[in-house]
Ligand binder design. Structure first.
Ligand SMILES: *[C@@H]1O[C@H](CO)[C@@H](O)[C@H](O)[C@H]1NC(C)=O
Ligand SMILES: *[C@@H]1O[C@H](CO)[C@@H](O)[C@H](O)[C@H]1NC(C)=O
Ligand SMILES: *[C@@H]1O[C@H](CO)[C@@H](O)[C@H](O)[C@H]1NC(C)=O
Length: 362
Protein backbone atom coordinates (compact mmCIF):
# COMPACT_ATOMS: atom_id res chain seq x y z
CA UNK A 1 0.00 0.00 0.00
CA UNK A 2 1.32 3.42 -0.83
CA UNK A 3 0.26 6.93 -0.36
CA UNK A 4 0.79 10.09 -2.29
CA UNK A 5 2.71 12.92 -0.73
CA UNK A 6 0.94 16.23 -0.87
CA UNK A 7 3.38 19.07 -0.66
CA UNK A 8 2.14 22.11 1.16
CA UNK A 9 3.46 25.19 -0.57
CA UNK A 10 2.11 28.08 1.35
CA UNK A 11 3.92 31.08 2.68
CA UNK A 12 2.47 31.17 6.18
CA UNK A 13 5.42 32.93 7.75
CA UNK A 14 5.51 35.95 5.44
CA UNK A 15 1.76 36.28 5.66
CA UNK A 16 1.78 36.24 9.44
CA UNK A 17 4.65 38.72 9.56
CA UNK A 18 2.81 41.06 7.27
CA UNK A 19 -0.32 40.80 9.33
CA UNK A 20 1.49 41.39 12.55
CA UNK A 21 3.33 44.32 11.02
CA UNK A 22 0.04 45.92 10.15
CA UNK A 23 -0.91 45.98 13.79
CA UNK A 24 2.18 47.82 14.75
CA UNK A 25 3.91 51.11 15.23
CA UNK A 26 6.08 52.24 18.17
CA UNK A 27 8.97 50.79 20.20
CA UNK A 28 9.10 48.57 23.32
CA UNK A 29 8.60 44.86 22.89
CA UNK A 30 7.00 42.58 25.49
CA UNK A 31 9.04 39.59 26.61
CA UNK A 32 5.85 37.56 27.06
CA UNK A 33 3.45 37.22 24.19
CA UNK A 34 0.01 35.91 25.03
CA UNK A 35 -1.32 33.43 22.54
CA UNK A 36 -4.93 32.36 22.74
CA UNK A 37 -6.15 28.84 22.22
CA UNK A 38 -9.61 27.52 21.38
CA UNK A 39 -9.73 23.73 21.45
CA UNK A 40 -12.24 21.03 22.27
CA UNK A 41 -11.29 19.41 25.56
CA UNK A 42 -8.76 16.59 25.36
CA UNK A 43 -8.14 17.16 21.68
CA UNK A 44 -4.95 15.91 20.09
CA UNK A 45 -4.31 19.40 18.72
CA UNK A 46 -4.54 20.94 22.18
CA UNK A 47 -2.05 18.45 23.59
CA UNK A 48 0.34 19.17 20.75
CA UNK A 49 -0.16 22.92 21.23
CA UNK A 50 1.03 22.56 24.84
CA UNK A 51 3.91 20.39 23.73
CA UNK A 52 4.99 22.79 20.98
CA UNK A 53 4.89 25.80 23.33
CA UNK A 54 7.00 23.91 25.85
CA UNK A 55 9.60 23.28 23.14
CA UNK A 56 9.95 27.01 22.42
CA UNK A 57 12.68 28.48 24.60
CA UNK A 58 13.47 31.72 22.83
CA UNK A 59 12.44 35.24 23.69
CA UNK A 60 9.76 36.47 23.43
CA UNK A 61 8.14 33.64 25.30
CA UNK A 62 4.75 32.56 24.02
CA UNK A 63 2.34 32.26 26.94
CA UNK A 64 -0.81 30.25 26.28
CA UNK A 65 -4.23 31.49 27.26
CA UNK A 66 -6.39 28.49 26.45
CA UNK A 67 -10.11 27.79 26.70
CA UNK A 68 -11.61 24.37 26.24
CA UNK A 69 -14.69 25.02 24.19
CA UNK A 70 -17.33 23.25 22.23
CA UNK A 71 -16.09 24.34 18.81
CA UNK A 72 -19.57 23.79 17.38
CA UNK A 73 -21.19 26.35 19.68
CA UNK A 74 -21.16 29.94 18.41
CA UNK A 75 -22.02 31.20 21.86
CA UNK A 76 -19.16 29.40 23.59
CA UNK A 77 -16.70 30.35 20.88
CA UNK A 78 -17.72 34.03 20.91
CA UNK A 79 -17.44 34.21 24.64
CA UNK A 80 -14.04 32.52 24.76
CA UNK A 81 -12.73 34.56 21.84
CA UNK A 82 -13.69 37.87 23.46
CA UNK A 83 -12.42 36.82 26.84
CA UNK A 84 -9.05 35.96 25.34
CA UNK A 85 -9.06 39.17 23.35
CA UNK A 86 -9.63 41.14 26.55
CA UNK A 87 -6.64 39.41 28.11
CA UNK A 88 -4.51 40.84 25.34
CA UNK A 89 -3.72 37.85 23.14
CA UNK A 90 -1.86 38.73 19.98
CA UNK A 91 -3.01 35.71 18.04
CA UNK A 92 -5.21 32.70 18.62
CA UNK A 93 -4.63 29.14 17.61
CA UNK A 94 -7.50 26.73 17.50
CA UNK A 95 -10.12 24.67 15.78
CA UNK A 96 -13.50 25.48 14.35
CA UNK A 97 -16.31 23.59 12.72
CA UNK A 98 -18.73 24.63 10.04
CA UNK A 99 -21.12 26.16 12.54
CA UNK A 100 -18.52 28.55 13.96
CA UNK A 101 -16.09 29.25 11.16
CA UNK A 102 -17.98 32.27 9.79
CA UNK A 103 -18.39 33.86 13.18
CA UNK A 104 -14.68 33.39 13.90
CA UNK A 105 -13.69 34.89 10.61
CA UNK A 106 -15.78 37.99 11.14
CA UNK A 107 -14.31 38.54 14.61
CA UNK A 108 -10.77 38.11 13.35
CA UNK A 109 -11.39 40.45 10.46
CA UNK A 110 -12.93 43.24 12.49
CA UNK A 111 -10.64 43.00 15.53
CA UNK A 112 -7.49 42.25 13.55
CA UNK A 113 -6.59 39.17 15.50
CA UNK A 114 -4.87 36.35 13.65
CA UNK A 115 -6.45 32.95 13.92
CA UNK A 116 -4.06 30.14 13.08
CA UNK A 117 -5.74 26.81 12.51
CA UNK A 118 -5.12 23.20 11.52
CA UNK A 119 -8.88 22.80 10.92
CA UNK A 120 -10.29 21.95 7.51
CA UNK A 121 -9.64 24.71 4.99
CA UNK A 122 -12.38 27.05 3.86
CA UNK A 123 -12.28 29.32 0.88
CA UNK A 124 -11.98 32.86 2.13
CA UNK A 125 -10.08 36.03 1.46
CA UNK A 126 -10.01 36.90 5.14
CA UNK A 127 -6.36 37.63 5.65
CA UNK A 128 -6.53 37.20 9.42
CA UNK A 129 -7.32 33.52 9.22
CA UNK A 130 -4.23 31.46 8.52
CA UNK A 131 -5.11 27.97 7.46
CA UNK A 132 -2.33 25.47 7.92
CA UNK A 133 -4.08 22.65 6.09
CA UNK A 134 -3.81 22.72 2.32
CA UNK A 135 -7.09 22.24 0.47
CA UNK A 136 -7.60 18.94 -1.36
CA UNK A 137 -9.94 19.97 -4.16
CA UNK A 138 -7.27 20.05 -6.82
CA UNK A 139 -5.38 16.90 -5.79
CA UNK A 140 -8.60 14.88 -5.68
CA UNK A 141 -9.69 16.17 -9.08
CA UNK A 142 -6.29 15.28 -10.51
CA UNK A 143 -6.60 11.83 -9.01
CA UNK A 144 -10.06 11.27 -10.51
CA UNK A 145 -8.74 12.31 -13.86
CA UNK A 146 -5.72 10.02 -13.60
CA UNK A 147 -7.95 7.08 -12.64
CA UNK A 148 -10.46 7.97 -15.34
CA UNK A 149 -13.37 7.59 -12.94
CA UNK A 150 -16.71 8.68 -14.32
CA UNK A 151 -18.97 6.73 -12.01
CA UNK A 152 -18.30 6.76 -8.30
CA UNK A 153 -19.66 7.34 -4.84
CA UNK A 154 -18.60 10.36 -2.81
CA UNK A 155 -19.17 9.99 0.93
CA UNK A 156 -18.48 13.16 2.87
CA UNK A 157 -18.72 14.87 6.16
CA UNK A 158 -20.31 18.29 5.65
CA UNK A 159 -17.60 19.83 7.82
CA UNK A 160 -14.73 19.38 5.46
CA UNK A 161 -16.35 17.91 2.39
CA UNK A 162 -18.73 20.56 1.10
CA UNK A 163 -16.24 22.50 -0.98
CA UNK A 164 -14.94 19.29 -2.55
CA UNK A 165 -18.50 18.14 -3.19
CA UNK A 166 -19.22 21.41 -4.97
CA UNK A 167 -16.15 20.97 -7.15
CA UNK A 168 -17.05 17.36 -7.97
CA UNK A 169 -20.66 18.17 -8.80
CA UNK A 170 -19.64 21.04 -11.07
CA UNK A 171 -17.27 18.77 -12.95
CA UNK A 172 -19.81 15.96 -13.00
CA UNK A 173 -22.34 18.24 -14.69
CA UNK A 174 -19.77 19.28 -17.25
CA UNK A 175 -18.40 15.83 -18.03
CA UNK A 176 -21.58 13.83 -17.49
CA UNK A 177 -20.24 11.77 -14.63
CA UNK A 178 -22.51 9.63 -12.50
CA UNK A 179 -21.83 10.67 -8.95
CA UNK A 180 -23.70 9.38 -5.94
CA UNK A 181 -23.08 11.74 -3.05
CA UNK A 182 -23.73 10.63 0.49
CA UNK A 183 -23.76 12.91 3.50
CA UNK A 184 -22.31 10.84 6.33
CA UNK A 185 -24.11 12.96 8.93
CA UNK A 186 -27.43 11.74 7.63
CA UNK A 187 -26.70 8.07 8.30
CA UNK A 188 -26.94 5.96 11.40
CA UNK A 189 -24.64 3.00 11.80
CA UNK A 190 -27.38 0.64 10.65
CA UNK A 191 -28.12 2.95 7.73
CA UNK A 192 -24.49 2.90 6.75
CA UNK A 193 -24.31 -0.89 6.79
CA UNK A 194 -27.42 -1.06 4.63
CA UNK A 195 -25.83 1.44 2.28
CA UNK A 196 -22.80 -0.84 1.90
CA UNK A 197 -25.09 -3.68 0.80
CA UNK A 198 -26.91 -1.42 -1.67
CA UNK A 199 -23.66 -0.23 -3.19
CA UNK A 200 -22.55 -3.83 -3.59
CA UNK A 201 -25.76 -4.76 -5.38
CA UNK A 202 -25.44 -1.75 -7.69
CA UNK A 203 -21.80 -2.61 -8.34
CA UNK A 204 -20.66 0.79 -7.14
CA UNK A 205 -17.07 -0.23 -6.59
CA UNK A 206 -15.37 3.16 -6.75
CA UNK A 207 -15.73 5.05 -3.52
CA UNK A 208 -14.29 8.27 -2.14
CA UNK A 209 -14.53 8.92 1.59
CA UNK A 210 -13.97 12.48 2.75
CA UNK A 211 -13.99 13.09 6.48
CA UNK A 212 -11.77 13.67 9.51
CA UNK A 213 -9.41 10.98 10.76
CA UNK A 214 -11.38 9.69 13.71
CA UNK A 215 -14.54 9.22 11.76
CA UNK A 216 -12.66 7.69 8.85
CA UNK A 217 -11.10 5.16 11.19
CA UNK A 218 -14.46 4.14 12.57
CA UNK A 219 -15.95 3.91 9.10
CA UNK A 220 -13.10 1.65 8.01
CA UNK A 221 -13.72 -0.55 11.03
CA UNK A 222 -17.40 -0.74 10.17
CA UNK A 223 -16.62 -1.75 6.62
CA UNK A 224 -14.03 -4.26 7.78
CA UNK A 225 -16.52 -5.78 10.21
CA UNK A 226 -18.80 -6.68 7.30
CA UNK A 227 -16.08 -9.03 6.05
CA UNK A 228 -17.16 -8.46 2.50
CA UNK A 229 -14.60 -9.29 -0.14
CA UNK A 230 -13.44 -5.94 -1.52
CA UNK A 231 -11.29 -7.19 -4.39
CA UNK A 232 -13.47 -5.36 -6.92
CA UNK A 233 -13.38 -2.15 -4.92
CA UNK A 234 -11.22 0.88 -5.04
CA UNK A 235 -11.39 3.26 -2.09
CA UNK A 236 -9.94 6.77 -2.09
CA UNK A 237 -9.54 8.55 1.24
CA UNK A 238 -9.69 12.29 0.83
CA UNK A 239 -7.71 12.99 3.97
CA UNK A 240 -4.12 14.09 4.51
CA UNK A 241 -3.31 11.49 7.16
CA UNK A 242 -3.10 8.21 5.27
CA UNK A 243 -0.48 6.83 7.62
CA UNK A 244 -2.47 7.92 10.66
CA UNK A 245 -5.17 5.41 9.78
CA UNK A 246 -5.25 1.91 11.13
CA UNK A 247 -5.77 -0.21 8.03
CA UNK A 248 -4.89 -3.57 9.57
CA UNK A 249 -8.38 -5.05 9.32
CA UNK A 250 -9.49 -3.18 6.24
CA UNK A 251 -6.48 -4.33 4.25
CA UNK A 252 -7.34 -7.99 4.80
CA UNK A 253 -10.41 -7.61 2.57
CA UNK A 254 -8.21 -7.05 -0.46
CA UNK A 255 -9.54 -3.80 -1.90
CA UNK A 256 -7.43 -1.12 -3.56
CA UNK A 257 -6.82 1.90 -1.43
CA UNK A 258 -5.45 5.34 -2.30
CA UNK A 259 -4.82 8.21 0.05
CA UNK A 260 -2.84 11.36 0.70
CA UNK A 261 -0.04 11.79 3.16
CA UNK A 262 1.02 15.26 4.24
CA UNK A 263 3.72 14.40 6.76
CA UNK A 264 6.87 12.60 5.74
CA UNK A 265 7.20 10.17 8.60
CA UNK A 266 10.69 9.09 7.58
CA UNK A 267 12.06 12.60 7.70
CA UNK A 268 14.58 12.74 10.58
CA UNK A 269 13.22 16.10 11.75
CA UNK A 270 9.77 14.64 12.08
CA UNK A 271 11.07 11.49 13.73
CA UNK A 272 12.81 13.56 16.38
CA UNK A 273 9.71 15.66 17.09
CA UNK A 274 7.55 12.53 17.26
CA UNK A 275 9.94 10.93 19.77
CA UNK A 276 9.97 14.06 21.93
CA UNK A 277 6.18 14.18 21.72
CA UNK A 278 5.82 10.58 22.90
CA UNK A 279 8.01 11.37 25.88
CA UNK A 280 6.52 14.77 26.67
CA UNK A 281 4.82 15.03 30.05
CA UNK A 282 3.85 11.36 29.94
CA UNK A 283 4.17 10.33 33.58
CA UNK A 284 0.50 10.69 34.44
CA UNK A 285 -0.88 9.23 31.27
CA UNK A 286 -3.05 6.16 31.71
CA UNK A 287 -2.50 4.95 28.17
CA UNK A 288 0.65 5.39 26.15
CA UNK A 289 0.47 8.46 24.00
CA UNK A 290 -0.41 8.01 20.35
CA UNK A 291 1.89 9.08 17.58
CA UNK A 292 1.65 12.58 16.18
CA UNK A 293 -1.12 12.78 13.63
CA UNK A 294 -0.99 15.18 10.72
CA UNK A 295 -3.27 17.71 12.41
CA UNK A 296 -0.88 17.61 15.37
CA UNK A 297 2.07 18.13 13.07
CA UNK A 298 0.32 21.16 11.57
CA UNK A 299 -0.37 22.51 15.04
CA UNK A 300 3.31 22.10 15.89
CA UNK A 301 4.29 23.94 12.72
CA UNK A 302 1.79 26.70 13.48
CA UNK A 303 3.34 27.32 16.89
CA UNK A 304 6.83 27.32 15.41
CA UNK A 305 5.76 29.83 12.76
CA UNK A 306 4.22 32.12 15.39
CA UNK A 307 7.29 31.92 17.61
CA UNK A 308 9.57 32.76 14.69
CA UNK A 309 7.32 35.62 13.60
CA UNK A 310 7.40 37.22 17.04
CA UNK A 311 11.15 36.75 17.31
CA UNK A 312 11.54 38.56 14.01
CA UNK A 313 9.26 41.37 15.12
CA UNK A 314 11.25 41.72 18.30
CA UNK A 315 14.53 41.80 16.41
CA UNK A 316 13.12 44.59 14.28
CA UNK A 317 11.98 46.43 17.43
CA UNK A 318 8.47 46.77 16.19
CA UNK A 319 5.84 47.88 18.66
CA UNK A 320 3.02 45.42 18.63
CA UNK A 321 0.81 47.07 21.23
CA UNK A 322 -2.77 46.48 20.35
CA UNK A 323 -5.70 48.82 20.13
CA UNK A 324 -9.26 47.90 20.88
CA UNK A 325 -10.75 46.27 23.96
CA UNK A 326 -13.07 43.48 24.91
CA UNK A 327 -15.97 45.87 25.36
CA UNK A 328 -15.80 46.36 21.65
CA UNK A 329 -15.73 42.61 21.19
CA UNK A 330 -18.69 41.64 23.36
CA UNK A 331 -20.90 44.72 23.17
CA UNK A 332 -20.68 45.12 19.47
CA UNK A 333 -20.01 41.72 18.04
CA UNK A 334 -19.61 41.50 14.32
CA UNK A 335 -22.70 39.93 12.89
CA UNK A 336 -22.16 36.24 12.20
CA UNK A 337 -22.69 35.49 8.56
CA UNK A 338 -25.02 32.63 9.28
CA UNK A 339 -23.99 29.07 9.76
CA UNK A 340 -23.84 25.89 7.85
CA UNK A 341 -23.63 27.51 4.45
CA UNK A 342 -21.48 26.44 1.64
CA UNK A 343 -18.60 28.79 1.13
CA UNK A 344 -18.54 30.51 -2.19
CA UNK A 345 -15.64 29.64 -4.37
CA UNK A 346 -13.05 32.36 -4.58
CA UNK A 347 -9.34 32.92 -4.39
CA UNK A 348 -7.80 30.85 -1.59
CA UNK A 349 -6.07 32.90 1.05
CA UNK A 350 -2.37 32.41 0.68
CA UNK A 351 -2.64 28.65 0.64
CA UNK A 352 -2.53 26.15 -2.10
CA UNK A 353 -2.01 22.44 -2.15
CA UNK A 354 -0.58 20.28 -4.84
CA UNK A 355 0.04 16.63 -5.16
CA UNK A 356 3.10 14.91 -6.43
CA UNK A 357 0.84 13.30 -8.93
CA UNK A 358 -1.50 10.51 -8.18
CA UNK A 359 -0.28 7.03 -7.36
CA UNK A 360 -2.34 3.91 -7.40
CA UNK A 361 -1.81 1.70 -4.40
CA UNK A 362 -2.52 -1.77 -3.39
C1 LIG B 1 -6.21 -2.29 -8.14
O1 LIG B 1 -4.93 -1.80 -8.46
C2 LIG B 1 -4.26 -2.56 -9.43
C3 LIG B 1 -2.86 -2.00 -9.57
O2 LIG B 1 -2.88 -0.61 -9.75
C4 LIG B 1 -5.03 -2.54 -10.74
O3 LIG B 1 -4.39 -3.35 -11.70
C5 LIG B 1 -6.42 -3.08 -10.49
O4 LIG B 1 -7.20 -2.98 -11.65
C6 LIG B 1 -7.09 -2.30 -9.37
N1 LIG B 1 -8.36 -2.90 -9.06
C7 LIG B 1 -9.46 -2.18 -8.90
C8 LIG B 1 -10.68 -2.94 -8.54
O5 LIG B 1 -9.49 -0.97 -9.03
C1 LIG C 1 -5.06 -1.53 14.51
O1 LIG C 1 -6.25 -2.28 14.66
C2 LIG C 1 -6.01 -3.62 15.01
C3 LIG C 1 -7.34 -4.35 14.97
O2 LIG C 1 -8.36 -3.56 15.50
C4 LIG C 1 -5.35 -3.68 16.37
O3 LIG C 1 -5.11 -5.01 16.74
C5 LIG C 1 -4.02 -2.91 16.30
O4 LIG C 1 -3.42 -2.87 17.57
C6 LIG C 1 -4.24 -1.50 15.80
N1 LIG C 1 -2.97 -0.90 15.54
C7 LIG C 1 -2.64 0.29 16.02
C8 LIG C 1 -1.28 0.80 15.69
O5 LIG C 1 -3.41 0.97 16.69
C1 LIG D 1 10.93 11.73 3.19
O1 LIG D 1 12.12 11.96 3.91
C2 LIG D 1 13.19 11.10 3.55
C3 LIG D 1 14.32 11.38 4.50
O2 LIG D 1 14.63 12.76 4.55
C4 LIG D 1 13.56 11.37 2.09
O3 LIG D 1 14.62 10.52 1.72
C5 LIG D 1 12.34 11.12 1.22
O4 LIG D 1 12.63 11.45 -0.11
C6 LIG D 1 11.17 11.96 1.70
N1 LIG D 1 9.98 11.57 0.95
C7 LIG D 1 9.27 12.45 0.25
C8 LIG D 1 8.11 11.90 -0.48
O5 LIG D 1 9.55 13.63 0.19
Amino acid sequence: MRSCPVLPVFPVLPVLLLLLLRLCSGTSFPSNIHIGGLFPSASHEYEVFRFALAQQQDIPKLVPQVDMVDTGSSFAMTYAFCSQFSKGVYAIMGLYDRRTVNMLMSFCGSLHVCFVTPSFPVTTNNQFVLQLRPPLQEPIMALLEAFGWSRFVYMYSPDSGLSVLQRILDTAAEKVWQVTSINLDSLTEAGFIKLLTDLDIKKEFQIIIDCELERLNSILNLIAAQKRNLKMYHYVFNNLGFLDLNLTEFQKLGGNVTGFQLVNRSDPTFEKIDRDWLEFDNKDLKLPRRKLRYTGALTYDGVTVMATAFQNLRRQRIDISRRGNAGECLANPPRPLGTGHRHPEGPAAGASGGSDGPCAVR
